[in-house]
Design a protein around this ligand. Structure first.
Ligand SMILES: Nc1nc2c(c(=O)[nH]1)N[C@H]1C(S)=C(S)[C@@H](COP(=O)(O)OP(=O)(O)OC[C@H]3O[C@@H](n4cnc5c(=O)[nH]c(N)nc54)[C@H](O)[C@@H]3O)O[C@H]1N2
Ligand SMILES: Nc1nc2c(c(=O)[nH]1)N[C@H]1C(S)=C(S)[C@@H](COP(=O)(O)OP(=O)(O)OC[C@H]3O[C@@H](n4cnc5c(=O)[nH]c(N)nc54)[C@H](O)[C@@H]3O)O[C@H]1N2
Ligand code: SF4
Ligand SMILES: [Mo]
Length: 702
């Protein structure tokens, strides 16, 4: 028996783990109390990390599909054969139909895998297609767009100073379950206990009385998709009070004051259901608190006015003097600073657009809501080949059912994934990388977004067999082998650069970046402290120096937002009797995967449609009935669960369900009931950023 320190990569909380290893298996998992960030925290998903490693469903060798659908058979092939086949077929498609004929989807776990960040992104960029997609446009695109617009870099994201704030006003986030997002905050329950113990408040604005709402000091119901009205009314109230204390580096606040003057608390009440009195009081409390921070996540990002919401949240923090100060929204100083070191570009908007609908790219990516139409619409630039890496867009993107039907029409699809799931079942070849416990980890993304500055390097727990490959080796092989087969040769300088970028292991690159970062943290220090190194609380007073805008100032009035205020003005209140669909996450759910693991599916079922009892009764339905839910794009049948925790007029389904389709190979997931919410969500419903608007989809229930 051996104890080893590990790390959980299943969500943004990046908890440190203490693993018990016996006979090359994980026999125990607990939170590591000596980790300076996670302090011993663990959740049900973390305890399942060993189950993923031991999972008999998990692929370890490449497989090739023979036959289609239910008749499909998967044949193991050698890595050499798999790489050759992949490179040949990708190059064939590109040579015949042009660069745009290839599409790439990078799913969520890429940000949780070091090799995907160091090598996967380079692979994606080695292809000159405009058809690059990722989970960003079903998630945090409005946040990145707003940071780019206001602060000059898409990842210059201010993070709530959770451990020191006196007042957090939270819109559309459920960190008691999600463990924090764009706010790496492991051990959220204890952090909130501490906030309340020091006399602080947490106000939660959400159409559902969530697990987080239940531990808050106040919960406010809001009608889905109408938060912008509430946020603008709050901003209006603060600006009209004469008590605004914006920093000196902000321009155009008069334009902001003028623009939001029309958004009164009374209008907001009519649209959102939040009373004008409540809005007025929350504005007073926010201004009066010694420190305060507004924070909004999925619920106010994946909705029709996600960008306006994110703007208003930044503005609230800014005009109350809470940006870049202790207890407010603060910048981080990680040992490897992805922004300051230029590892990720600042962002750009509209350099290219999608072929069919003309939607703009952001940062080199198109909204994934156009993926299906770009596959199905004939013409020059039609997508004919697809690479997916760590993604399951059939379950995760709007109208996934349509994508499910479109994927068999591709000439070639390759998936870098270790499961045969709803999406990868359509691939011709699946290339499975080693899993989390089999690779080194340093978190390039989430130290950057954490409520405390820390650094940690975790060496692989298990070594892989000779016949397995690390993810970075797979990306390298695909990129280099395909490039060498392209008819249109890249300039020599570019090919050499690509080779150089892909040459070294992620761990080698991290050691170098640490040296360049000059934070004093070195690889040898991290190896000597596998529990992590504490770099202290977030530091105030970093703006305007760290602004990446050209004039080192913040333009508070971006045209993109102001134009969208007109669209907001035209938003209609919901029709009488209309139901609005929202999503939800469960503690034991992990986006679209993990439902084949007993530890994550045992206990009460969680797939039901939550409905307010009044809405059930008025339709003559009873608790537990199988109901038909219908939206513009589709229809599903699922059991209803009556609960007062959901606002009248709102229904909720979790995402990531809908397993058991022909040809998938995840033995136990086939028994998990539930439907995919994304068979109902609509690729036509978008935020101005192009982000999917999952929240507030009009549905009927019968
Ligand atoms: N309606 C609705 N839809 C949503 C959401 C919602 O709230 N509501 N949430 C959205 C959000 S926020 C996100 S992030 C997306 C997530 O959706 P996706 O981007 O599709 O990501 P996952 O569902 O996490 O799929 C993960 C896939 O990666 C594989 N995988 C896991 N680990 C690794 C690894 O280390 N390497 C490789 N190569 N593969 C791996 C798994 O086998 C699985 O197939 O879903 C979005 N979809
Ligand atoms: N257990 C678990 N943890 C996870 C994940 C998981 O699948 N399972 N996924 C991870 C990922 S990829 C992400 S991006 C994060 C997301 O992290 P969070 O954003 O904290 O998690 P969600 O549960 O999506 O929270 C969104 C909340 O918005 C509410 N909401 C929906 N519509 C609206 C609206 O119009 N207005 C307002 N105000 N609220 C609304 C929902 O009721 C919900 O409570 O979680 C991460 N952590
Ligand atoms: S909160 Fe849970 S899933 Fe997230 S990193 Fe920690 S143990 Fe893993
Ligand atoms: Mo996400």
């Amino acid at each position: 028996m051996e104890k080893r320190l590990g790390v959980c990569n299943l969500c943004e909380a990046i908890c440190g783990l203490e693993l018990t290893i016996e006979d090359n298996q994980v026999t125990g998992v607990r939170g590591n109390p000596t980790d300076p960030l996670s302090r011993g925290h663990i959740c049900p998903k973390g305890t399942a990390i060993g189950d993923i490693y031991a999972d008999p469903d998990r692929l370890k060798h490449p497989v090739m599909r023979v036959g289609e659908g239910a008749e499909a058979e998967w044949k193991e092939i050698s890595w050499e054969a798999a790489f050759e086949l992949t490179a040949n077929r990708l190059a064939e498609v590109i040579n015949e139909h042009g660069d745009d004929a290839l599409a790439i989807y990078l799913g969520n776990p890429n940000v949780h895998a070091l090799g995907a960040l160091t090598h996967g992104v380079t692979m994606a960029n080695s292809f000159r297609t405009r058809n690059k997609f990722s989970a960003t446009s079903v998630d945090q695109l409005p946040h990145q767009l707003m940071s780019w617009l206001l602060y000059g870099h898409q990842l210059l994201l201010p993070i709530p100073d959770l451990d020191r704030t006196d007042y957090i006003l939270m819109f559309g986030a459920n960190p008691m379950v999600s463990n924090g997002s764009l706010m790496t905050a492991p051990d959220f329950p204890n952090r909130i206990r501490a906030l309340k113990a020091r006399g602080g408040s947490m106000v939660v604005v959400d159409p559902r009385r969530t697990e987080t709402a239940k531990v808050s000091t106040e919960h406010v119901f809001v009608r889905p998709g109408t938060d912008a009205w509430v946020l603008l009314a709050l901003l209006n109230t603060v600006l009209a009070s004469g008590n605004a204390t914006p920093p000196a580096y902000v321009d155009n606040l008069d334009a902001v004051r003028y623009a939001v003057a029309a958004f009164t608390a009374e209008h907001a009440e009519a649209m959102s259901g939040v009373s004008a009195a409540t809005i007025g009081r929350l504005a007073e409390e926010f201004m009066a608190a010694p420190s305060a921070v507004a924070y909004g996540r999925m619920g106010v990002s994946t909705q029709e006015f996600g960008t306006v919401c994110q703007w208003a949240i930044q503005m609230l923090n800014l005009v109350t003097g809470n940006l870049d100060r202790v207890g407010g929204a603060m910048l981080t100083n990680p040992a490897i600073n992805v922004v300051d070191m230029g590892l990720l570009g600042p962002g750009h908007l509209g350099r290219r657009s999608s072929r069919v609908r003309g939607l703009k790219e952001f940062g080199g990516e198109l909204p994934v809501s156009v993926l299906c139409e770009e596959i199905e619409t004939p013409g020059v630039g039609q997508i004919r080949a697809l690479i997916t890496s760590a993604g399951n867009p059939v379950l995760s993107t709007p109208n996934g059912a349509a994508l499910d039907r479109a994927l068999p029409g591709l000439d070639f699809m390759v998936a870098i994934d270790f499961y045969i799931n709803e999406t990868t079942r359509h691939a011709s070849v699946i290339l499975p990388p080693a899993s989390a416990l089999e690779r080194d980890h340093y978190d390039l993304v989430f130290h950057q977004l954490a409520v405390r500055n820390t650094a940690r390097f975790t060496p692989a727990i298990f070594t892989i067999g000779r016949d397995q490959r690390q993810d970075w080796e797979i990306y390298k092989a695909i990129a280099l082998r395909t490039q060498s087969r392209l008819a249109r040769k890249a300039p020599l300088r570019r090919s050499l650069e690509l080779r150089a970028r892909l040459q070294f292991s992620p761990t080698f690159l991290i050691a170098n970046l640490l040296r360049l970062g000059r934070s004093g943290v070195t690889m040898s220090k991290l190896r000597a402290h596998p529990e992590g190194v504490d770099l202290g609380p977030l530091r105030a007073g970093q703006f305007p120096q760290r602004l990446r805008t050209k004039n080192k100032r913040v333009d508070a009035a971006p045209a993109l937002v102001f134009d969208d205020l007109d669209r907001l003005q035209r938003q209609q209140p919901p029709a009488a009797g209309e139901l609005l669909l929202i999503g939800r996450r469960g503690k034991q759910d992990n986006n679209s995967w993990g439902h084949n693991l007993h530890r994550l599916t045992k206990g009460r079922e969680r797939h039901q449609l939550f409905v307010n009892p009044g809405d059930l009764a008025s339709r003559g339905l009873s608790d537990g009935a199988v109901v038909t839910v219908t939206s513009r794009v589709g229809s599903v049948q699922v059991e209803a669960l009556a609960t007062d925790d959901i606002m009248p007029g709102v229904v909720s389904l979790p995402h990531g369900y809908g397993h058991g389709r022909a040809g998938t190979q995840m033995a136990n997931a086939s028994q998990v009931r539930g439907v995919s919410i994304n068979d109902l969500t609509d690729p036509e419903r978008l935020d101005v950023s192009g982000n999917a608007a999952f929240s507030g989809v009009p549905v009927t229930v019968s």
